[in-house]
Design a protein around this ligand. Structure first.
Ligand code: HEC
Ligand code: HEC
Ligand code: HEC
Ligand code: HEC
Ligand code: HEC
Length: 283
């Protein structure tokens, strides 16, 4: 009995103390602590930047180079090393591409050679979003999560930030001599055609390069001097064995009959590259 009374007394004491504690907390404070907005970080958080809407569609489709470069300046500032790890100085060595007739100057990095080097500026007008169409920072594979691009999305290439088949392949495929009816590769037969593509292409497939990432007039100008500029994008820098299925844009005096190999070809460039399509402006 004594024990039960002691236990009840303990429960009552504990509850009373608890109620007193709550009430004390409810009483007005003597000191007023105003709410202060947390101080903005000097730089936006890393994760916030990784998940920037600019990395995803639709925002990336309308992004300007300047917007991307505000965080990724390094892609245009990175230069090749002055010396290889072995100690060899890069300015005493010639890279294979420095030996081509279209190249002038020192060695350069990937992004710079597509965006800012002399040949890039002369012939092309690539933007970040010509190649980059968004990526999934968590899973670099289709169908890995409910909200990831579906398995059927072939525009999203496993573990790559860029889809090579719809970008790189256009300018880095082999020389398509078979549909041209040439007897073999350009290197072996170019002399027969005066080493000039315009021998035939002044009249055949003359509607070309009308896309917002190429400078069509400058390309034709370069083609007059010889095949080098043309061949550079159509076989000269090939690192694919498959070819790109170019659109077959109707040209004046085009034969009405569509050859067998061209039956599945589109008749105009992809919509997002047509001149009228909106695209970001250069920085
Ligand atoms: C607010 C800053 C910010 C902006 C704007 C931004 N990025 Fe990023 N981006 C980042 C950060 C941070 C990462 C993660 C880098 C890492 O993990 O090494 C990243 C990652 C990337 C990657 C993947 C790199 C990798 O190896 O995983 C690509 C490609 C990329 N950004 C392209 C772009 C493009 C194209 C644009 C413009 C449409 C853009 N970014 C705009 C901050 C930004
Ligand atoms: C010719 C196509 C092309 C263009 C144009 C291009 N990129 Fe890239 N970029 C690539 C490829 C390919 C990679 C490597 C992707 C991979 O590893 O899967 C890459 C990688 C990157 C990365 C990852 C880090 C690195 O340096 O490897 C960033 C960031 C990036 N690009 C930003 C940009 C920005 C910003 C622009 C515009 C100023 C741009 N890119 C223009 C093709 C391009
Ligand atoms: C619109 C045409 C075009 C597209 C698209 C393009 N490139 Fe290029 N690429 C070029 C040109 C032109 C050069 C030569 C630039 C120079 O010499 O200054 C080049 C050079 C290169 C080189 C150096 C190779 C060499 O032999 O000199 C590599 C590697 C390369 N590109 C990879 C890529 C990748 C990867 C992509 C896709 C993400 C891509 N390119 C998309 C036109 C293109
Ligand atoms: C002997 C004439 C001839 C010469 C020389 C020639 N071409 Fe062609 N080219 C053709 C013909 C014919 C076609 C296919 C026309 C058609 O679509 O019916 C063609 C098609 C093409 C195509 C589109 C291929 C496709 O798969 O749709 C490209 C790209 C091309 N030529 C580039 C060049 C380049 C670059 C050179 C110079 C290095 C060159 N051609 C030299 C006759 C020639
Ligand atoms: C900077 C790279 C580059 C250079 C230089 C270049 N091309 Fe192209 N060419 C392309 C690309 C990219 C396409 C596909 C464009 C598209 O999708 O409409 C193309 C498409 C073509 C086509 C198919 C056009 C069609 O719509 O039927 C022909 C033919 C062609 N090029 C011939 C040439 C000739 C001839 C030259 C030299 C005067 C030349 N190219 C120089 C990149 C280049």
């Amino acid at each position: 009995m004594k024990q039960a009374v002691a236990a009840a007394a303990l429960v009552i004491a504990a509850s009373a103390a608890f109620i007193a504690w709550i009430v004390a907390g409810m009483a007005p404070r003597t000191e007023f602590v105003p709410y202060v907005e947390p101080r903005p970080a000097a730089e936006p958080g890393y994760l916030r930047a990784v998940y920037s809407p600019l990395h995803f569609r639709p925002a990336i489709d309308a992004a300007t180079d300047a917007q991307c470069l505000s965080c990724h300046r390094e892609v245009l500032e990175d230069r090749v090393r002055a010396a290889a790890p072995s100690g060899l100085k890069s300015d005493t060595l010639r890279a294979a591409y420095q030996e081509t007739p279209t190249y002038a100057g020192e060695q350069e990095t990937f992004h710079r050679r597509h965006l800012v080097t002399p040949l890039a500026r002369q012939l092309m007008d690539l933007r970040c979003n010509t190649c980059h169409q968004g990526h999934e920072p968590r899973e670099e594979a289709q169908g890995a999560a409910a909200d990831a691009p579906p398995q059927s999305d072939a525009g999203f290439t496993l573990r790559k930030q860029v889809n090579p088949e719809t970008t790189c392949l256009k300018c880095h495929g082999p020389f398509p001599w078979q549909p041209m009816g040439l007897p073999g590769p350009w290197e072996e037969h170019k002399a027969a055609f005066g080493n000039n593509c315009l021998t035939c292409h002044a009249a055949i497939r003359t509607k070309r390069h009308e896309v917002n990432y190429l400078k069509a007039a400058a390309i034709e100008e370069a083609g007059k001097a010889g095949a080098e500029a043309c061949f550079g994008c159509h076989g000269g820098r090939s690192w694919y064995r498959i070819g790109y299925p170019y659109p077959r844009t109707p040209w004046p005096d085009m034969p009405a009959e569509v050859p067998e190999w061209a039956k599945d070809r589109p008749t105009q460039s992809e919509a997002r590259f047509l001149k009228a399509a909106a695209q970001g402006t250069r920085p």
